[in-house]
Design a protein around this ligand. Structure first.
Ligand code: HEC
Ligand code: HEC
Ligand code: HEC
Ligand code: HEC
Length: 497
């Protein structure tokens, strides 16, 4: 490791420059924003002033691949039985596709009108700069009230400029108020956020753990409403144990497991949180240092807005600070991934078996009292497994923490299974073996997922209401169909698209 001048300069910047959201403290802000008031959610409206950033942002369209993770890791369908993720869950792809992924996933269901479908409006929150626009136009609580389909015709632009930049000044900005509240809850003075902090906090707006908190409010006409507000469970701190305690204390479940009946919490993607425990974060390295390296372009240098895996750019990213060869570093990263995969597979097998064994125990007449401690073990084990891997980059961002959590998850799942051996024996099943869940079909059958029916409904939605949304957005001037030319439309269930 070479203590490069660049790294030291970055660290100095981190302590020296305080971001003032209203002022012009940052050099490039001199070029200014793109409109006088309101939020400019249309990415192409930023292109003329900032062509390098726009063109590189557009390259996030290059990763349009669907990797069906339920097919790759069928245990997932068992782990999430009774919850939407058991139907459809793919690896992340480029920001350009975030909106399309959200619309196409079987998890968002097949609404037929603005008040139907399984999901709340909150499900749009990390997909589009139309979210800060709507919060600005209608207020945050109105935005968080109602069903997902309420805003289908308003969500036209995928993750882009106004998610991270102020439309008036172009400076970096936290556009999601819940992140400011989360930071304040852990004692951060949000008036003193530095520019270097912002190079990670811009990402933490979405790459964080959250839940939907029911919040009663009264609108301007005196109507009582309930908003489902995206809330970061950070009050006790950012570790898996801190958040587990938060959820346990308020008795929160995302769902009750269909097979084991365990009260479950789904970790979303605590990427920022787990990153903070790693050596790069502790050394003052920010997300943008690796995912948005400086590039040379026409008219000077700029930050590469093609946010993707840095492993395609080891030379321009890692070698800024490291002396090893690109090949050696690649091998180091691959090794970290392999170690995580090994422990993760064991944890998922253990957890899937624990759910199925618990299901068998219920079937044979086990009592609530016999099952209570077991179900709590399963809840805690699965939470730690999920927290450790759900953000996909954790094996590299925080390898020790990831492996520690996977070990604890394994130990806790094993503890549940040992107790289950006794309960099962007591109820007459001495050598019970969990059924085979080695393929997506088998695992989804165990989880009770009726995939063909789900797909048929979804295809109907895509052919009807979705087309109507797109038409309305174009008429309102929110969506320029030109910007979607050449965009693929891949899903896990329709390979022809
Ligand atoms: C407005 C929400 C939002 C913000 C802000 C955001 N992301 Fe994302 N990010 C997402 C979503 C959603 C996906 C998955 C998109 C999909 O699969 O369609 C994603 C995907 C990614 C991927 C995978 C890309 C690929 O090609 O595999 C990386 C890497 C990533 N984000 C890094 C970052 C970094 C670094 C930042 C901050 C500079 C950031 N993100 C800011 C929501 C966001
Ligand atoms: C996921 C968050 C994110 C998105 C989306 C995003 N930016 Fe940025 N942008 C950043 C970060 C982080 C920096 C680096 C700031 C720094 O280090 O000064 C940056 C820097 C910039 C700069 C300063 C010059 C430079 O290149 O460092 C400009 C101008 C800019 N972005 C414009 C845009 C435009 C235009 C879009 C939309 C096409 C966009 N950004 C989308 C996060 C984002
Ligand atoms: C020191 C460099 C570095 C820093 C800093 C960094 N990352 Fe990463 N990130 C990586 C590497 C390397 C990978 C693994 C890429 C791979 O497997 O191809 C990765 C993977 C990811 C992924 C998963 C992408 C995928 O498609 O599986 C996401 C999302 C991500 N990072 C987001 C972030 C966020 C958000 C931050 C800040 C909180 C951050 N990263 C900070 C280097 C970094
Ligand atoms: C801005 C500077 C910077 C960048 C960019 C950067 N690193 Fe690092 N890296 C560090 C620092 C600082 C440490 C801590 C080691 C130390 O203090 O000696 C570190 C530590 C490491 C370690 C050892 C710790 C561990 O987690 O095993 C590895 C491996 C590593 N980096 C790989 C990478 C790779 C791969 C990339 C590119 C994706 C990368 N780094 C990008 C600064 C950087």
């Amino acid at each position: 490791m070479r203590r490069s001048k660049k790294l030291l300069a970055g660290a100095a910047l981190a302590v020296g420059v305080v971001l003032s959201t209203g002022g012009t403290g940052i050099g490039w802000a001199a070029d200014g924003g793109v409109r006088e008031k309101g939020v400019e959610s249309r990415n192409e409206m930023w292109a003329k002033k900032y062509p390098n950033q726009y063109n590189s942002w557009k390259e996030t369209s290059q990763n349009d691949e669907i990797t069906d993770l339920v097919a790759k890791k069928p245990q997932l369908a068992v782990l999430w039985a009774g919850y939407g993720f058991a139907k459809d869950y793919n690896a992340p792809r480029g920001h350009f596709y975030a909106l399309q992924s959200n619309i196409n996933t079987l998890r968002t269901g097949a609404p037929v009108g603005p008040a139907t479908g399984p999901m709340p409006t909150a499900c749009w929150t990390c997909k589009s700069p139309d979210v800060p626009r709507l919060m600005d136009e209608q207020g945050e609580l109105e935005y968080f009230t109602g069903k997902w389909a309420k805003y289908g015709h308003e969500m036209a632009n995928s993750i882009g400029c106004a998610d991270c930049h102020d439309s008036q000044t172009a400076q970096l900005k936290i556009s999601r108020p819940y992140l400011l509240r989360g930071l304040e809850a852990v004692g951060v003075d949000t008036a003193k956020i530095t520019k270097n902090d912002m190079r990670s906090l811009a990402c933490a707006q979405c790459h964080s753990e959250y839940y939907f908190k029911d919040t009663e409010w009264t609108d301007k006409d005196g109507n009582k409403k309930v908003a489902k507000v995206v809330t970061l469970p950070w009050d006790n701190g950012l570790t898996a144990e801190d958040m587990e305690k938060y959820y346990d204390d308020i008795g929160f479940n995302d769902w009750v497991h269909k097979i084991s009946k365990a009260p479950m919490v789904k970790a979303q993607h605590p990427g920022y949180e787990i990153f903070r425990s790693g050596i790069h974060a502790k050394s003052g390295v920010s997300c943008a240092d690796c995912h948005m390296p400086t590039q040379k372009g026409e008219g000077g240098t700029y930050s590469d807005h093609h946010i993707a895996s840095p492993m395609a750019n080891i030379d321009t990213v890692c070698l800024n600070c490291h002396e090893q060869s690109a090949e050696d570093l690649k091998a180091v990263v691959e090794n970290k991934l392999a170690r995580k995969e090994q422990l993760m597979e064991i944890a998922m097998d253990n957890l899937a078996k624990a759910h199925l064994e618990a299901g068998k125990a219920w079937e044979l007449g086990a009592t609530e009292a016999e099952m209570k401690g077991i179900l709590l073990d399963i809840r805690h084990a699965q939470w730690k497994w999920d927290y450790s891997i759900a953000s996909h980059g954790s094996f590299f961002h925080a390898p020790e923490e990831t492996l520690r959590l996977l070990s604890v998850a394994n130990e806790t799942a094993q503890a549940a299974r040992l107790k289950l051996v006794q309960v099962l024996a007591k109820h007459g099943a001495v050598e019970y073996m969990a059924p085979d869940f080695s393929t997506k079909d088998k695992a989804q059958a165990l989880a009770g997922v009726a995939l063909p029916a789900e797909i048929a409904e979804k295809e109907k939605f895509r052919a009807t209401l979705l087309k109507e949304w797109e038409k309305q957005a174009a008429e309102k001037g929110l969506l320029d169909p030109e910007t979607r030319k050449g965009m693929s439309n891949k899903t896990s269930y329709n390979k022809g698209a």
